[in-house]
Write a protein that binds this ligand. Structure first.
Ligand code: AR6
Length: 171
């Protein structure tokens, strides 16, 4: 089973095999993690995303799915783009959020990645409450049969770090 690690930091600075992008279905960039990855990773990531839109994902990458591209100028080798669900008070979309983590690890296994850094998917622009997002993330990773040896959650602020720390310490 993968070792789970948490840290405060910026996902674009991680020296891991793959970093996960909290993307949207268009794969054309955005704010938050997505904006930072494209800004720092350079144009080759977007160029590959555009090719994916023309080939495999003409209707966009669905929520819960994941796909890899080059990492451009980032220290990682690959970016795995996944689309989290938008938080809803009327509908339980937890399975889609869990699927983001599971599918990203499946893609990582296909690539042969051994270390993967995740942000707290959906907990920014998509509005998911961070403590619940942390619970789903940790449960989904722990339940995945993956060859990845290190899963690193890279948290941008104190509330996100505290949520993941609480979850990992077994509450
Ligand atoms: N490194 C690590 N974590 C970060 C970074 C960073 N550089 N920047 C923000 N976070 P978000 P989402 C945290 O909004 O909720 C984009 O426009 C942030 O504090 O990046 O899945 C996409 O194009 C939060 O805890 O992703 C989509 O349209 C977490 O990362 C939409 O936002 C996720 O915040 C996706 O929204």
């Amino acid at each position: 089973m993968a070792e789970l690690v948490i840290m405060r930091g910026d996902i674009t600075e991680q020296e891991v095999d793959a970093v996960v992008n909290a993307a949207n279905s268009s794969l054309s960039g955005g704010g938050g993690v997505d904006g930072a990855i494209h800004r720092r990773g350079g144009p080759e990531i977007l160029a590959e995303c555009r090719r994916l839109r023309v080939s495999r994902y003409s209707a966009g990458l669905p929520a819960g799915a994941a796909v890899a591209t080059t990492a451009g100028f980032l220290p990682a080798r690959w970016v795995i783009h996944t689309v989290g669900p938008v938080w809803s008070v009327t509908e339980d979309r937890s399975a889609l959020l869990a699927s983001c983590y599971r599918e990203s690890l499946r893609v990582a296994d296909e690539l042969g990645a051994r270390s993967v850094a995740f942000p707290a998917i959906s907990t920014g622009a998509f509005g998911w409450p961070v403590r619940d997002g942390a619970r789903i993330a940790v449960e989904a990773v722990r339940a995945s049969a993956t060859a990845v040896s290190e899963v690193r959650f890279v948290l941008f602020d104190d509330p996100a770090y505290a949520a993941f720390a609480g979850r990992l310490s077994g509450d």
